[in-house]
Design a protein around this ligand. Sequence first.
Ligand code: K1U
Ligand code: ZN
Length: 223
Amino acid sequence: MAASLRHLTWLLHHSLFSRLTPASARGPPPAIAAAMGEVVDPFGGSSYLLGMALRPILSVPHPMLKQVSTPVEAVDDELRALMDDMLETMYAAPGIGLAAVQVGVPRRVIVMDLAREDEPPAPRYFVNPEITWASEELAIREEGCLSVPEIYDEVERPAQVKLKYLNYRGEAVEEDAEGLLAVCIQHELDHLNGVLFIDHLSRLKRDRAIAKVKKAAKDAQAA
Ligand code: K1U
Ligand code: ZN
């Protein structure tokens, strides 16, 4: 049985090398890292123990990232295989969330893991997620996006939300979210509706971000 990259890394860190290894050099900005301490995982998944494949992540300005994703009809083995691949892709990136459309599959599916580096993996799966209530209170948090690499900026969103979704087993779940979970689920739901976090920024910042990602992609191709 193959373990995921993140699971193996976690085991390694917490056996021989935990005292020698510095905090991840590719970790999130401090604001996101601090927020990752607030999360409790109510649904311990198991897919990270199964065979999975990495999928390429689309970057801006790919047109599919503007597409509205379609609802999933059934949580079956084919969908679970997609979610397994998405989770592995997210861990490898590395990131804390991923929407199916970011790997070129415009279906309403999200994976997430908000566990800290010193905690065991806590994979989570959201199929057909919907926000059923959002607080009037707003919160500003720094966000990043695997489809807009190396760009981080502050976004204002409702501080608390209630959501409903189907989990990995296809069971209906209702949940309250605040802190990083609220931020991440709203960011990922935006993806399902063809919206990127940079769409919440000024036009100038958005255009600069896209230009920077395009240049980095061009430079990487030339190298
Ligand atoms: O949807 C995505 O593109 C993933 C994105 C999720 C997200 C991050 C921050 C706020 C809202 C949503 C990311 O995972 S960006 C990368 C990141 O945050 C991270 C990178 C390394 C370690 C831990 C986190
Ligand atoms: Zn994103």
